[in-house]
Design a protein around this ligand. Structure first.
Ligand code: SF4
Length: 314
């Protein structure tokens, strides 16, 4: 779509989006915080958009990072409470830099100027109106890169509908298919139901389009294999093959017991070789396409040691 047309479609939705955060229902928590009045929601977000860091990310999937790196923008705060969160420093707090939509547009345009393959919005949902506002401004200033929406997959149908016109690639997690696990490790028993509804809609919206190795449009489902979670991952792969068969899959084995995982004895280890083999057998049987990490990938693949800085981007 022409960037100006995309900007117009986004701008039409902005008044409604900003109204929605007065009784916030942007995400499935629907905690109804009055954000413009300064109330903070379950996600920790209030009236200001906060970005932890931005950089050219070479550790995403090959189809997202490409040669030049993905223009990743990491937002602070999150609507999930995963006990093993590797980004807990900024996802479970609002540490970072307060930015306006104009600032965000500037960061996006600079990432493009420095050669980014795409703009990769990481966990942006709780700032959706501000993010869309910034994106529309960047599009007016010449941003022409694919937009990647990098999400935990805990999204409402209403939000995914809003994103349809603005986003090119969904890079969405499928963390659990079993409610009791979603509750135990992320305080979100409804995650499987909510996530599957969202993934179906993302899949309907975006047909898969790749140029060479690069994903230009479509749905990439990310599965982080948890210790003891091989069967859960196989169930997730089976669901994908039956419900979103053209989606690319990114299988991640980089789990480390970060944050509070040590409080859960069964989570206090990495994934075993047997578990790896079990998942890989299912990948072969189900004819899944995408990317698979090695059992012992580089530790910082998905960015555990980022610095909180927007220096040079604003
Ligand atoms: S985005 Fe944050 S404030 Fe809004 S409903 Fe979700 S948790 Fe609550």
């Amino acid at each position: 779509m022409d960037p100006a047309d995309k900007a117009s479609l986004i701008e039409e939705k902005l008044p409604l989006l900003y109204r929605q955060v007065q009784i916030c229902r942007l995400c499935p928590r629907r905690c109804e915080a009055n954000r413009p009045a300064g109330e903070k929601g379950y996600c920790g977000a209030g009236r200001d958009m906060v970005v932890y860091t931005a950089f050219l990310h070479h550790g995403e999937e090959p189809g997202i990072s490409g040669e030049q790196g993905s223009g990743a923008i990491f937002f602070s705060g999150c609507n999930l409470r995963c006990v093993y969160c590797q980004n807990y420093r900024f996802s479970h707090s609002l540490e970072g830099t307060k930015v306006s939509p104009d600032d965000l547009a500037r960061v996006m345009v600079r990432l493009q100027e420095r050669g980014a393959e795409n703009i990769n919005l990481v966990t942006p949902t709780h700032f959706l109106p501000w993010v869309m506002d910034g994106l529309a401004r960047a599009l007016r200033q010449g941003l022409a890169l694919p937009i990647v929406y990098n999400t935990s997959g805990y999204e409402t149908v209403e939000t995914v509908k809003v994103l349809g016109d603005a986003v090119d690639v969904y890079l969405a997690d499928m963390r659990y298919v079993t409610p009791s696990l979603a509750e135990r490790y992320s305080q979100a028993a409804d995650y499987p139901e909510v996530n599957q509804r969202a993934l179906r809609l993302m899949y309907e919206q975006k047909s898969a389009l790749c140029q060479g190795v690069m994903v230009k449009e479509g749905l990439v489902v990310r599965l982080l294999v948890l210790p003891g979670g091989a069967d859960e991952t196989v169930r997730a792969l089976t669901w994908i093959s039956q419900n979103t068969p053209g989606a690319l899959v990114s299988l991640m084995f980089q789990y480390q017991p970060y944050f509070r995982a040590g409080l859960y004895p069964e989570m206090d280890r990495t994934v075993s070789e047997d578990e790896y083999e079990r998942v890989m057998e299912a990948v072969d049987e189900l004819d899944i396409e995408g990317w698979v990490q090695d059992l012992t990938p580089e530790e910082n693949l998905a960015g555990v040691h980022f610095r909180p800085s927007l220096e040079g981007w604003l």
